[in-house]
Every structure is written in structure tokens, then in C-alpha cells.
Design a protein around this ligand. Structure first.
Ligand code: HEC
Length: 132
């Protein structure tokens, strides 16, 4: 009787030991994919748009359909920008009149036509006018 209990107990201990050793040998499951949030940094949404008043609203409104790079490197006169903005409005761009004015001002000021670099300074050499 006592022997039986002892046998049963040792069998149980053995089983437990086996289970324990098996699980100890199982390597921890390797993560299937290592998340790397640092590598997922998106490219800057503003595509290098110059800083200035109206940039935030321009980026917010003008990048909802396409990236800022669609227009970041464009150079237009104010009239052309207004045409461009009108075109975008008819494409479905949604903005208030205030936002449109801010975007127009921002684009005209910061993405205007590059002034042609004059080969020689063309400033007329007028003598300084005496103030009095
Ligand atoms: C409702 C969606 C939408 C919004 C918002 C939007 N655009 Fe566009 N934009 C388009 C589409 C569509 C095109 C054409 C893309 C193509 O043909 O590859 C485009 C093209 C352009 C082009 C390329 C030239 C051209 O006329 O095709 C410029 C520049 C441009 N957008 C500027 C802007 C600016 C500035 C804003 C903010 C005022 C803006 N977009 C907001 C839809 C939009």
C-alpha cells in the first residue's frame, strides 16, 4: 500500500520533471516580424516646402489628394497659382475663402517664379539725392 503510493508519487514527479525539462528546452517563440518604428518614419509631408505664414494650411489642404511634392517645386506667378488653386477646387479641394487666400498668399510669396539672375547688376547708378 505505502509502496504503491510512493511509486505513484515518484511517477508523478518523473512526469512533472519530464514536462518541465521539455518546456525548458523549447526556445521562446521568435517574433515573426520585428517591428521597427524608427524605420517607418514617413518622408516629410511638406516635401521641403519653405517655412512661412500659410505653410501649415497649405500642407493640410493641398496634401489630401496628392503629396506636397506635386507642387513644392513648381514656380508660378500669383495669377498662375490662383488658377492652379481654382483647378484644384474644381477637382474637389475643399477650403474656406480664408484658407484659399492664405494658400494663395503662401504659394505666391514662396513659390514664385525664380528671378532671372542678371549677368551684370543693372541697378542704375543714380547719384544719391541729397535729402535737403
Ligand atoms: C481634391 C483633391 C485635390 C486637392 C485637395 C488638391 N489637388 Fe492638386 N491635384 C489634384 C489632381 C487630381 C491633380 C492631377 C494629378 C495628375 O494629373 O497627376 C492635381 C495636380 C496638381 C498640380 C500639378 C499641375 C496640374 O495642374 O496638374 C499642382 C501644381 C497641384 N495639384 C497643386 C495643388 C495645390 C496648390 C493644392 C492646394 C490648394 C492642391 N493641389 C490640392 C487633386 C487635388
Amino acid at each position: 500500500m505505502i509502496l504503491r503510493i510512493l511509486l505513484a508519487a515518484s511517477a508523478a514527479t518523473l512526469a512533472l520533471g519530464l514536462v518541465g525539462s521539455v518546456s525548458a528546452q523549447t526556445p521562446p517563440p521568435a517574433p515573426a516580424t520585428t517591428p521597427a518604428p524608427a524605420d517607418q518614419t514617413p518622408p516629410p509631408a511638406d516635401a521641403g516646402l519653405p517655412d512661412g505664414p500659410g505653410k501649415d494650411v497649405t500642407v493640410r489642404i493641398c496634401t489630401s489628394c496628392h503629396e506636397a511634392s506635386q507642387f513644392a517645386y513648381a514656380r508660378h506667378t500669383p495669377a498662375e497659382w490662383d488658377m492652379e488653386i481654382s483647378k484644384m477646387i474644381s477637382a474637389g479641394a475643399d477650403m474656406t475663402a480664408d484658407e484659399q487666400a492664405a494658400i494663395s498668399a503662401y504659394l505666391s510669396k514662396n513659390l514664385g517664379p525664380q528671378p532671372a539672375t542678371p549677368a551684370t547688376p543693372t541697378a542704375p547708378t543714380t547719384p544719391p539725392t541729397p535729402s535737403r
